[in-house]
Ligand binder design. Structure first.
Ligand SMILES: Cc1cc2nc3c(=O)[nH]c(=O)nc-3n(C[C@H](O)[C@H](O)[C@H](O)COP(=O)(O)O)c2cc1C
Length: 480
């Protein structure tokens, strides 16, 4: 496949955007991205953040491991003023992989150390950390929980991509039970209890993860579910409203509550066996599943309910929202525009710039509808060093408050430091979007059932782990 990112200069990139008829703007001069932003009662020192990026490097009990500390400290030393800690399960069975972080009553101290070391790293380089926010994302992995899927509802196409036993290729069937209302009610209490632990551990904010088609995200689109958590918009938002009420009753008034949402779930794609390119799975119209999707044209967004959700979040004391989209399992090009697909993916059915534009368009419409709510934007990494030029324009034009990078940050955790020092990011350090971080996430064939994930092209620690994983895979194939 041709390499998409071939631009030598910002003008080359601008020309390609124009040729494709896309609306992505870039500023030549960087200023606003380095200015402070107000979030609740706190002010962060710049408008460049780090997205949650799981390293799959906890121990089997969910406690941060050596590479977790290393990653977070590098983020702390890098200069971003919003460090959004990764997906951390609320329960052992809610983990997406055996090494996902899991916060519980017995490891609060280690999470406290993680936040402290991140801040210490920041102070070491920048003198103080008063204008730094460090948060933690809490989650239930829902149908992607590694022990067994916890389904909110049956989605005929997504079910065809949901495994009960992945290693033996066994998919769920129509009789597979969905979680009960009673389970969800108890889970609300669990979320509230974990929120207290996040506060105790010294994080500045908690993120209730409602994105990427995990359990809370799936609930928002549970139109075909029966009972009090499904069907109407009111029922589909019952869980988040109840959780927020319960958390607000338990935490300090000034503890910041945030949420990362899917503003557009998109529809499931599969790999064309001949071309290798992703294609939408056939589905009936009007489309009756998912969140943020236009039911008459599900390849497009419909933000009506998304805006209603944002109003609910604001009414329930949420001070910060991170806008994301798509599913890493069934339409990965939507959430993470890439050059090369991950092992379980497909060649991108659209030019990555179209994915970038979708992210900016949707976040922009939401920010313009809620100009006082700080929104964090996603989908910047594919733009490599020019991501800051796009961020500058989006912020200047009121299309986002904070621009954050995910893959870009594990490749280049100190991009803000370089920007401050040299006025630009270094080409030699940027993410090149070849999906090896996801490939490592999908690599399960070691003693712990999970390899650690990080940036293979830019970080020698992960280049070594990647090599080991390939070697082991080869050996296992020979032994079979
Ligand atoms: C290896 C990997 C781990 C990720 N972990 C998380 C996570 O823990 N929580 C989350 O909300 N998103 C997670 N994401 C999604 C990223 O935060 C981000 O939305 C995505 O990579 C697109 O942004 P980017 O173009 O800046 O990379 C992960 C993505 C990758 C590739």
């Amino acid at each position: 496949m041709p390499k998409h990112f071939t631009y030598k200069s910002l003008d080359d990139l601008r020309a390609d955007v124009a040729a494709r008829g896309l609306n992505i703007q870039f500023e030549d001069t960087i200023d606003r991205v380095l200015q402070p932003v107000q979030i609740g009662h706190r002010k962060i020192g710049n408008a460049l953040g780090i997205q949650p990026m799981e390293g799959c490097d906890g121990d089997l009990d969910g406690t941060p491991g050596p590479l977790t500390y290393r990653r977070w400290e590098r983020f702390g030393r890098g200069g971003s003023k919003l460090i959004w800690g990764e997906a951390t399960a609320v329960d052992k069975d809610a983990r997406a992989n055996p090494r996902q972080l899991f916060l519980h009553e017995k490891n609060v101290k280690q999470f406290e150390d993680l936040a402290k070391k991140t801040r210490a790293g920041h102070r070491d380089v920048f003198g103080n950390d008063d204008d730094l926010l460090v948060g933690l994302q809490i989650t239930h992995s829902g149908r992607y929980s590694f022990k067994k899927p916890y389904l909110v509802y049956h989605h005929p196409q997504v079910d065809q991509r949901t495994y009960v036993d992945k290693s033996n290729g066994i998919l769920i069937d129509d009789d597979y039970p969905v979680v009960t209302d009673d389970y969800l009610e108890k889970l609300e209490d669990r979320f509230a209890a974990i929120a207290v632990l996040v506060e105790q551990a010294g994080f500045d904010f908690i993120d209730l993860k409602q994105c990427h088609t995990y359990l809370l995200s799936e609930l928002l689109g549970a139109r075909v579910r029966e009972g009090k958590y499904g069907g109407s918009f009111e029922n589909r938002t019952r869980f988040i409203r109840n959780v927020l009420e319960k958390i607000n009753a338990k935490v300090r008034k000034d503890f910041i509550i945030a949420s990362r949402i899917n503003a557009y779930d998109g529809i499931p794609y599969r790999k064309n066996p001949v071309s290798g390119i992703g294609e939408p799975m056939p589905c009936d119209l009007p489309y009756k599943y998912s969140f943020g999707v236009d039911k008459h044209d599900p390849l497009r967004e419909d933000l009506t309910e998304v805006k209603q959700l944002l109003q609910i979040l604001i009414d329930n004391n949420v001070k910060l929202v991170n806008v994301s989209m798509g599913s890493p399992y069934y339409n990965m090009h939507v959430g993470r525009p890439y050059e090369k697909p991950p092992v379980d993916g497909y060649e991108s059915p659209e030019h990555p710039l179209e994915g970038v534009e979708r992210q900016f368009r949707i976040a922009g419409e939401l920010q313009q509808a809620f100009p006082k709510l700080p929104l964090v934007g996603t989908g910047y990494s594919w733009l490599q060093k020019f991501l800051v030029n796009a961020a500058e324009s989006n912020i200047k034009n009121g299309r986002i408050s904070i621009a954050s990078t995910g893959r870009g940050a594990i490749a280049y955790p100190d991009f803000v430091k370089d920007l401050q020092k040299h006025g630009e990011m270094k080409r030699s350090k940027v993410c090149i979007a070849v999906s090896h971080c996801t490939n490592l996430m999908r690599s399960k064939h070691n003693e712990l059932g999970q390899f650690e994930s990080g940036c293979v092209p830019r970080d020698p620690v992960y280049a070594k782990i990647f090599k080991e994983s390939l070697k082991k895979q080869k050996k296992q194939k020979v032994d079979q």
